[in-house]
Write a protein of this length. Sequence first.
Length: 762
Amino acid sequence: MASKTTDKKENNKTGEKTLVIVESPAKSKTIGKILGSNYIIQASMGHVRDLASKGLGFDIENNFKPTFEVIPEKKKVITELNKIAKTVDRIYLASDPDREGEAIAWHVKECLKFPEDKIFRIVFNEITPNAIKEAVANYHQIDMLKVEAQKTRQILDKLVGFKISPILWETMKNYKLSAGRVQSVALKMICEREDEIEAFVPQEYWSVEALLNKNKFEFSAELSRIINGSKDEKLELHDEKEVQEVLKNLEKAKYTVSKITPRDTTRKAQPPFITSTLQREASSKLGYGVSKTMQIAQKLYEGIDLGDGSVGLITYMRTDSTRISDDAQIAAKEFITQNFGEEYYPKTPNIYAKKKQNTQDAHEAIRPSYIEKTPESIKKYLTAEQYKLYKLIWDRFMASQMSNAKVKNLTVDITADKYIFKMGSSKIVFDGFTKIYRDEEEEIIQKFPDLSVGDELDLIKLNPEQHFTQPPSRFSEASLVKQLEEYGIGRPSTYAPIITKIQQRNYVEKIDNKALKPTPLGRAVCKQLNDNFIDIMDYKFTAKMEASLDDIAEDKQDGVKFLNGFWKPFSKTLDEAQKNMKRVDVETDKTCPNCGKKMVVKLSRYGKQFLACSGYPECKTALPMEGEAKKVEIPEDEPTDKKCEKCNGDMVIKTGPYGKYYQCLNDKCKKRFSIVESSGVKCPECEKAGKDGELVKRKSRYGTFFWGCSKYPDCSFALWAEPTGEKCPECKSLLVKKFLKRGNKIDCSNKNCKYSRPMEEE
């Protein structure tokens, strides 16, 4: 069993060369600025190895022994790292400070042709001079317990996905389906919520508001309770008949102030952000999706150029701990007392307790790395999105260290017959942390005259209003993260990939750009899994597996024993599912244009999806997946004002098996040519020559698409990926979109340039 190693102290000799390997170019720039010329900073671009692509990538019969292979596109990176390694005396691996980062460091180490006793691990939660120099001074060996935990997670996830997915393919005739261990549970949550919404029956209820007057001062109060003997109880009005009976009594009643309750309260700030709370707040206040929030936060963590070099602005953003360092607490105190006054800092510092047992308290909360770098002071260096998220993080952290707000509340009871009306007001008398950040509703200040117990009030009118109870709302990305966190499912580094994957698989779609709704495909997949893999879809079972992975990282459980304990019952479940799982068709919301029955998704012998009538074989209607269902007929020609360039005849747009095209109506000519799809991006070669060529979509002789110059054959410039219209900030070549299994990204079209960034969420 792997074990932890103790830290070592830095003993570099003067002039000794050290290679520091990080995950991204932005991170390398920031760290390079801090460490100076004796350190060569090189980006490995994250994962360099993965489980072997053939088969599972591990041997179940041999204690799940994994076989790893270098990812093809990372072979050049490994070659470059080994080339640089020949020129240095030692190597530091500086990947992110979590289990995934530890595993990345180990994989890089395994690929290096360098003495193992001179390869070390350094970790830090923020990219600041103090943090980086302290990490370098306290280098240590790779924590193999964390590596084993991450490898176990990887094997477990692949075991589930690769064993269940083929059964789904067969029973649902769709080879694009997958059944991830955690993504399936997230899908179940969304489907169950949709079931609740559909089963919901609205209930009628009424409210009654009284508009009152005292000394020509009008104000309102809400009917709240009814006096029953010596007690009063909550009044519920369910229909108009009940309301009318109450109104008859109230119209004749005398309205008297029966109770006035002043109450002073304090309101404490929320803790600084952890991953899940940052994602939720960015969603509610900024409208950002989970993936977008993490992409922006990653850039803020790795470094932003503030004019004199790259600076890391926030601490590590994948964390579930609300702890902050002593240095950060002291810096916050100095800033608060100097800028707001002594009264805005509490007598004892605010400390926020752990939320749950499995919190990784070695990490800090998400906070600004430099408190003095206020959002306004660096706004000109940030994009609009970076500024908004940085301000959210900075404000929340500073507020978490400030004094409580003091609130004065006043509640007034007004008795009319046997009924009690209530009205209230709350006013902040000392703003405290709310001077910076308000995380609750605004204070309620209702103006009403000075009142005393026994005062009689005049009724102006009664306003009854009908309401209906509302169904539970659909999950947003942020509220789904909260639900996963509450069940103990997933971890900070997995929330965004989980939510992205269920949308990419077309199991879930966004409604109004926010609410998550299961698609018919998602509901069908969920039902198949729920009916046949009860444990995999059970919330408590999944949470228990997450806790076991944490135990492996803390040397409380053996990874091989855990996998064996999972595999034995799981293999039996797989056998039963293969025998008993029934074939299902995914029903759509489209109807057959010929008989009116529902259309279902089918798979052709060539593996292509299409829509077919559920009334087959009586009705044999079939339609392509794209577009609205309509009667199958030959599309009409579309007239145009375009003239044939060969005979000057009229041209129409026709529709063929490969899409639309132009054709000349002259029977002797009949020239045809495809409709060109333009990218709207100027050809860089033509632009240099002062010509007006632009990049258009073309098809190669092999049937693949590419983007070539509209002036071809005069200009032969071409790209194999769609151009974005932007130019590379490093070499000025065009940037292109890359859609990959490991995530979509924007790359430089220049093969010799390594510029790359994640594609922003749309």
